[in-house]
Design a binder for this molecule. Structure first.
Ligand SMILES: Nc1ncnc2c1ncn2[C@@H]1O[C@H](COP(=O)(O)OP(=O)(O)OP(=O)(O)O)[C@@H](O)[C@H]1O
Ligand SMILES: [Mg+2]
Length: 285
């Protein structure tokens, strides 16, 4: 529909013999936070990869604001206003915080940031605008004072903010967040929740996250994936009390020790964080 919503219909993705997504349909509305949860390997990141054009589905359609996106390439999607953060932090080590965020702002610039890196001519006006947008995005996530720092010198929490600012700098109409809370400590979650809600004041926001306390507080609607299939959808309360969801998470917890893990600590920044697939749903009142 022509209302700023993101519509996914019948998406199927196979990697060889593995069906990572099996006929998945969902809608993410404008000014809503739409959550996607599910045990490890459920297909969440794959779904985000389809949405930003990194992975081509074998079947299905994606529409944004009434417009067919399925066959568009990633850079076209970015220019339509679709931005994402990566499951890891994914900042460029050789660039300052401000420059990293300028890379995000670049999807709107006329002459490219990359051409600037290559020493090609570009207008001062573009440069100034990129800087301004990047600074505004850093301010929006409360990280303006980090502009001149190098990413390697920052703790995990501030780096996640910078990654968010980079996605925001493109002034996205759709913001896709893959595990924005991973590696953050408990006391950093409410602030992240507030930020995510703020992003949704003016955009369509899709969040993948294992931290159920955050998802319960920030999402308007939650979709639950398990082995590539959509097994539940509804308000956080509905999903939380859905026996199919509890069963999926308990099944995942039975499958191995990794699922019974602690909440992710702020460990080595780029490492795969431990997952807490089982936490929150079964025990959350
Ligand atoms: N490029 C790929 N090639 C082959 N298999 C893949 C590829 N990407 C994902 N998969 C597989 O697809 C399934 C879904 O993976 P995906 O990363 O989407 O899960 P996820 O729900 O994001 O899990 P996690 O919570 O661990 O991040 C997994 O079995 C994974 O191993
Ligand atoms: Mg993932």
């Amino acid at each position: 529909m022509n209302d700023g919503s993101l519509d996914i219909r019948g998406i199927t993705v196979r990697f060889g013999g593995l069906t990572a997504l099996d006929d998945v349909s969902l809608t993410a509305g404008l000014r809503q936070v739409t959550g996607i949860i599910g045990p490890n390997g459920a297909g969440k990141t794959t779904l985000l990869n389809v949405l930003c054009g990194f992975v081509k589905p074998q079947a299905g359609q994606i529409q944004f604001d009434g417009r067919e996106l399925t066959q568009l390439r990633p850079h076209r999607l970015a220019s339509l206003g679709i931005a994402r953060t990566l499951q890891g932090v994914g900042l460029f080590r050789g660039l300052s915080v401000l420059e990293n965020v300028m890379v995000g702002a670049n999807s709107q610039a006329r002459a490219g940031f990359w051409s600037a890196l290559l020493g090609l001519p570009r207008s001062d006006r573009d440069e100034r605008r990129l800087r301004q947008q990047a600074l505004e995005a850093l301010e929006a996530v409360g990280a303006a004072e980090l502009a001149d720092s190098m990413p390697d010198t920052l703790a995990h929490g501030p780096r996640k903010r910078v990654a968010l600012a980079r996605a925001l700098a493109a002034k996205p109409r759709v913001l896709l967040l893959d595990e924005p809370a991973s590696g953050l400590s408990e006391h950093e979650l409410p602030e992240l929740g507030d930020l995510i809600s703020k992003f949704a004041e003016d955009a369509t926001v899709v969040v993948i996250e294992h931290r159920m306390d955050l998802m319960m507080s920030v999402c308007d609607t939650i979709f639950v994936l398990d082995f590539g299939k959509l097994i539940a959808a509804g308000s956080p309360e509905q999903v939380q009390s859905d026996p199919a969801v509890t069963a999926a998470y308990l099944g995942a917890a039975d499958a191995g020790p990794a699922e019974a893990g602690e909440p992710p600590e702020a460990g080595p920044a780029e490492a795969e964080e431990p997952k807490i697939a089982g936490e929150g749903l079964a025990g959350h009142e």
